[in-house]
Write a protein that binds this ligand. Structure first.
Ligand SMILES: [Zn+2]
Length: 100
């Protein structure tokens, strides 16, 4: 388990098998955010590091959208996540973790 901070709040990041909710009409989810538990889940079915990153950023954008009351649609969240993921992958040195 890893922790990350988004807008000052601490979140648990876990890799788990994600099952579809029975009332969920969306396709198979690769990521899920549980706001009550403060937990971001990334599906264990994802093997590609690039897809893991895209999924993580997607969930982070959901958290930011909710916490700031932006009301972003699922398609906007997906588009922003894909765009940001591309920038990070194309500029790896810019996004290396800061040494402590
Ligand atoms: Zn989503």
């Amino acid at each position: 388990m890893t922790r990350l901070k988004i807008l000052g709040k601490s979140w648990r990041l876990v890799r788990v098998p994600i099952t579809r909710d029975k009332d969920d009409d969306a396709g198979l989810a690769f990521g899920k955010t549980n706001f009550q538990a403060g937990e971001i889940q990334i599906s264990t079915v994802i093997r590609s590091p690039d897809q893991q990153l895209d999924t993580l950023i997607h969930e982070i954008v959901h958290v930011i959208s909710t916490d700031l009351g932006l009301g972003l649609s699922e398609s906007t969240v997906s588009a922003l996540a894909a765009g940001l993921c591309g920038v990070i992958l194309d500029n790896p040195r810019l996004f290396q973790a800061k040494a402590k």
